[in-house]
Design a protein around this ligand. Structure first.
Ligand code: SAM
Length: 197
């Protein structure tokens, strides 16, 4: 570990946003998972959340597709697994996090109208069926990216990037990247983990 590399680790960790995260509900294509993790790294998500597909397969975070698409982002964004989306939503809410489900419903609002400076988790749905009604129902809000084309939805990793960069924009404006959001002890411990995996 060179001093320059350690300094970079400290620089990146000083921008990490422990109060911004995603919950990927049965997102099952490795290239989508890895693209989302790469965006998480870029905006400063410290830890992401995922419910593995219910077809018995594990999340493919180590396969070649994942490696190829994420660069090395998966080394810098840990992923906490959950058994069910509804339970994960409730757990996050119990920690004071607002969960915003990407879901079209009567109460959906334009994603730009949400306040991402609050502790926030963006709930993303599976490629085939989207976010389940129950998880969307228990979420604090439903958000959509307005669409004016013939096709009804975006690729999940594109939707994730669009929303997470709006979160980054709001957090930059609020000065949330100017001072470390991690405590000195968290920063030191994480730096040690990253430097000596
Ligand atoms: N047939 C699915 C449905 O009806 O929800 C389409 C799922 S879409 C391909 C996969 C995921 O991408 C969605 O669950 C959501 O997380 C995200 N997504 C796609 N388009 C979106 C949009 N316009 N606004 C918000 N999220 C979107």
């Amino acid at each position: 570990m060179t001093p320059e590399r350690y300094a970079k680790i400290l620089r990146v960790l000083s921008k990490r946003q422990p109060t911004l995260t995603v919950l990927m509900d049965q997102v099952n294509k490795p290239h989508n998972l890895s693209a989302i993790i790469r965006t998480c790294d870029a905006v400063g998500v410290l830890e992401a959340h995922a419910v593995p597909p219910d077809d018995g397969r594990e999340l493919d975070f180590q396969g070649q597709t994942y490696e190829a698409t994420s660069g090395s982002a998966h080394k810098w964004v840990s992923v906490q697994r959950h058994a069910s989306a509804v339970q994960a939503v409730r757990d996050l809410q119990g920690q004071g996090v607002q969960v915003l489900a990407t879901h079209l419903s009567q109460r959906s609002v334009d994603y730009r109208d949400a306040d991402y400076t609050r502790p926030t988790c963006v709930l993303l749905g599976a490629e085939k069926w989207g976010v389940g009604d129950e998880a969307a129902g228990v979420a604090d809000g439903n958000i959509i990216i307005p669409m004016f084309g013939m096709v009804q939805s975006l690729n999940v990793s594109v939707a994730a990037a669009t929303i997470l960069f709006e979160a980054q924009r709001q957090r930059l404006a609020a000065g949330m990247y100017d001072t470390p959001q991690l405590s000195p002890a968290q920063l030191r411990d994480r730096a040690f983990e990253w430097a000596y995996p």
